[in-house]
Ligand binder design. Structure first.
Ligand code: ADP
Length: 487
């Protein structure tokens, strides 16, 4: 599989409508996580270019926000159509730099594009309010305005979708954007910029800053007073650091951080559909999503049946090069990801967990880990406390509803949770009791552009997708219009 439209493969940064090298002339290598082979070198930008990108976005803001929502919508729509036109090339690029199976890359291009399509429409509906006044001589209005220049800092696990779900609502309401993509996956971000350029966004509206020094670029984006909002998806420690840095200029923030998702299977669950949901929520992207299940809780009465059926389904998953269409699980993103999974699994085994499937490196590639199922895991083990970010399931046994709710909530994180069961009263109770921003009930797949994605506790705040995702890029301005009483 090769890319047909070679101009999608960009090696320069996109700043103020131009493709530029780094001031220093420096580049960094982008490699294929499956075999560590070099794909290409891209421009390695730093603080001075980031400041220029912010200046360009600041200058473009009155031009872009001055357009009507309909005018912006048309350009966004063109961008969506271009992304769909080059879907196959973008999917190949994604599997090359990120490693996920090609079918998942195709699905991500669709998913990523769906944010652009959806917000192109929703941007037209950034309604304000006319509020009944407290005074006869005055009228009260609440109008929604774009927040200003937005910095988007994005991770490598969804190289297109994590960008579009921030950028599309921002652009739809009139904000201008500076994107800093993850250093592992800048190519999809640059391809999106190339298609945005072709779609006709004015210079400065959409800028992409590739860099292998995220701290230097991030410092500018979180401290420059012209940036009014930072939207970040990534790890909780980095999110906390960015929040501290942004405090100096009190920027609006959206933080979508780590998770520790529980997946609860009650005795009355349908086993086959629970296994299907478990596979989808755990093994998608090799376990490298922030909503991936991290802890399976299975009730006594169904424990043996569920774990046997789950083990069978896990054993059928094929690991290898994502370019091979028959592969279900690609490589992990880099060497430190493999080291982390090894460490967590070994710690669990040393402390008494039992292997039902896997628990070893796969011989298909240096960063391929065999899909794994561990039983008899204890909540004290590191694997129950840390985000695994790999294809490893750990299963806990429980007896009562109260016990499992307490265990599921016993984490600083609060992003996604899942449960399977058929007692309607309990479904309602458990959905309310889970201290999470998102709950999948009898499903392991919850992500869509039309629903509000986001967490509570140390998983962050802000919502992406849906009408709530638009609000994150708007401010409410109150107009009090006096002197209206009659002659
Ligand atoms: P992950 O564990 O997914 O790599 P990170 O939080 O390190 O999580 O990375 C997510 C994004 O945050 C990436 O784009 C990365 O380059 C960026 N990043 C990491 N450290 C910083 C920092 N100090 N300032 C700004 N961005 C950062």
């Amino acid at each position: 599989m090769t890319i047909q439209e070679t101009s999608l493969l960009r090696t320069s940064a996109f700043l103020d409508g131009s493709w530029i090298p780094a001031d220093s002339g420096r580049t960094f290598a982008v490699t294929n996580p499956f075999n560590r082979e070099l794909i290409v070198h891209v421009a390695n930008l730093g603080a001075p270019e980031t400041e220029r990108a912010v200046a360009a976005a600041y200058k473009a803001f009155p031009i872009w926000s001055g357009k009507t929502a309909g005018e912006r919508s048309q350009i966004l729509r063109r961008w969506y159509e271009l992304v769909m036109d080059y879907k196959e090339d973008l999917a190949i690029l994604m599997t090359l730099e990120q490693g996920k199976p090609i079918s998942e890359s195709r699905a991500e291009v669709n998913y990523g594009a769906s944010f652009v399509e959806w917000f192109a429409e929703e941007g037209k509906r950034a309604y304000g309010d006319v509020i009944p006044s407290h005074r006869r001589d005055a009228r009260i209005l609440a109008v929604k305005q774009p927040v200003g220049v937005v910095a988007a800092i994005t991770p490598w696990n969804f190289p297109i979708a994590m960008i579009t779900r921030k950028v599309a609502p921002a652009l739809a309401v009139g904000c201008t954007v500076v994107v800093k993509p993850a250093e592992d996956t800048p190519l999809c971000a640059l391809a999106l910029a190339y298609l945005a350029e072709r779609a006709g966004f004015p210079p400065g509206v959409f800028n992409v800053i590739p860099s292998d020094d995220p701290a230097e670029v991030g410092k500018v984006l979180t401290t420059d007073p012209r940036v009014r909002k930072v939207s970040f998806t990534g790890s909780t420690p980095t999110g906390k650091l960015l929040m501290k840095q942004a405090a100096g200029t009190l920027k609006k923030l959206s933080l979508e951080l780590g998770g520790n998702a529980p997946f609860i299977v009650f005795n009355d669950a349908d086993i086959q559909s629970a296994v299907k949901g478990a596979i989808a929520s755990k093994y998608r992207n090799g376990g490298q999503t922030c909503v991936c299940t991290n802890r399976f809780f299975v009730q006594d009465g169904i424990y043996d049946q569920f774990t046997a059926a789950f083990a069978e389904a896990i054993s059928a998953l094929k690991v290898g090069n994502g370019m091979d269409a028959s592969v279900d699980i690609g490589p992990l993103i880099n060497d430190s990801a493999i080291e982390k999974v090894n460490r967590l699994v070994n710690d669990a085994l040393d402390r008494g967990a039992r292997v039902m499937v896997g628990a070893e490196l796969s011989n298909t590639g240096p960063r391929c880990y065999s899909p794994t199922l561990l039983l008899d895991v204890d909540p004290e083990m590191d694997i129950a406390q840390e985000e695994i970010f790999g294809p490893v399931s750990s299963v806990f046994r429980f007896t009562s509803e109260a016990e499992v709710i307490a265990k599921a909530n016993d984490t600083p994180y609060g992003l996604a949770a899942y449960f399977y069961g058929n007692d309607h009263a309990r479904i309602w109770r458990v959905a309310e009791a889970l201290d999470y921003g998102m709950v999948g009930i009898n499903t392991g797949m919850i992500s869509t552009a039309v629903a509000p994605f986001g967490g509570v506790k140390e998983s962050g705040f802000g919502r992406e997708g849906s009408k709530y995702g638009l609000e994150d890029y708007l401010t409410v301005k109150y107009l009090c219009w006096g002197g209206i009483e009659g002659e």
